[in-house]
Design a protein around this ligand. Structure first.
Ligand SMILES: Cc1cc2nc3c(=O)[nH]c(=O)nc-3n(C[C@H](O)[C@H](O)[C@H](O)COP(=O)(O)OP(=O)(O)OC[C@H]3O[C@@H](n4cnc5c(N)ncnc54)[C@H](O)[C@@H]3O)c2cc1C
Length: 319
């Protein structure tokens, strides 16, 4: 039986939904599940970690682990993987996951696969599925090592509604600090805006918005819906949006419940960052725009006319 160790995604003491998504998938492939939680003051999360679908919770709780540092975090994961006898180790799609996964794989002499969208287990044969070349092809890769370390793409798996687990906490010993790289401080986005990775709705603006007034119009709609506000690269290159708002191949990958692309053509590099979204709505004045090929709902029209109508209608529904 596969044994899957999931790395809990914890941000400022809060357990992120991706942990339950990964544990649900692990259960769906018939695996035994455990979770490793690393941080400071996180022991109280044990019941939540169990409820997310784990049967063992490896906890590394220490003030020295407050800020993410790839070396010590990887050491905790390797320790937990050894104790659990994990055949697969799954990280969610986060900067810390992407930084720690290759270290864990190197230490375990395991295969490392990033951006996976599926895992297929057939007896002791394991295959992973991942998009490649900016989503132009889908690779199905056979894993030949005993262990697999995987970074799962955002939104690849869904949390099962009926999932439960068992509380069985195991304390990990705290690794020595990494003297090669000491993280002094992590500066978060001070804008107070919703993080694109966490947003249930993401609204992105493209070159069709033309200028700052157009950007502000779309941003207002995002504010009305408490949505994350992103953009195409054209608006970043144009100086209208910060780079951390760029969605796409060289920006963020998002998979919200609803993605709205406003004045975005739908270049393949943009699609690479959002085509895993559950529902896609596009507003574009060109009926031939490629974004309509991936959109569930399309509005052909001038965004300067359509966005105010959307705002009005949303206000009516909410009011
Ligand atoms: C290596 C590489 C990496 C890249 N990475 C990324 C990435 O990560 N993310 C990304 O987004 N791009 C990326 N790009 C750029 C990408 O190829 C496109 O150039 C970019 O996505 C285009 O942005 P856009 O859709 O906003 O602009 P455009 O392609 O210019 O499209 C604007 C759209 O707005 C519509 N429009 C115009 N006026 C209106 C109006 N009044 N109302 C409604 N619609 C209107 C037009 O019909 C058009 O479809 C990358 C490119 C390369 C080469």
């Amino acid at each position: 039986m596969a044994k899957v160790l999931v790395i809990a995604d914890i941000k400022q003491g809060v357990l992120k939904g991706s942990t339950a998504e990964l544990l649900s998938k692990a259960r769906a492939i018939g695996a035994q599940t455990a979770v490793v939680a690393i941080g400071s003051n996180i022991e109280s999360l044990v019941p939540e970690l169990a409820a997310a679908g784990s049967d063992t919770q490896y906890i590394a709780d220490d003030a020295s682990l407050d800020l993410f540092s790839a070396g010590p975090y990887a050491a905790c994961v390797v320790d937990a993987a050894g104790q659990f006898g994990a055949s697969q180790i799954w990280f969610g799609f986060s900067e810390s996951g992407k930084a720690a996964a290759p270290r864990v794989a190197a230490q375990l002499n395991a295969a490392c696969a990033t951006e996976i969208t599926d895992v297929i287990v057939d007896g002791d044969k394991v295959e992973i599925v991942r998009p490649a070349i900016a989503n132009k092809v889908v690779q199905r890769v056979k894993v030949n090592t005993e262990q697999l370390v995987a970074v799962v793409r955002a939104g690849a798996f869904e949390a099962a509604a009926d999932i439960t687990g068992t509380e069985n906490p195991v304390k990990l010993s705290i690794p020595a600090a990494d003297l090669k790289a000491v993280i002094k401080e992590i500066l978060s986005d001070a804008s107070g805006e919703i993080d694109l990775a966490d947003a249930d709705i993401v609204i992105s603006v493209g070159r069709g918005a033309k200028d700052q007034a157009g950007v502000d119009l779309v941003k207002d709609l995002a504010n009305d819906l408490a949505a994350g506000f992103g953009s195409s690269r054209a608006m970043v290159d144009g100086g209208f949006m910060a780079h951390n708002k760029q969605v796409g191949q060289t920006g963020k990958i998002v998979a919200p419940t609803l993605y709205m692309a406003i004045g975005i053509s739908g270049a393949i590099q943009h699609l690479a960052g959002m085509n895993g979204s559950k529902t896609i709505l596009a507003v574009n004045k060109d009926p031939e725009a490629p974004i309509f090929n991936v959109a569930d709902y399309g509005i052909v029209g001038d965004l300067f006319e359509v966005v105010p109508i959307l705002k009005q209608e949303i206000k009516k529904i909410r009011g």
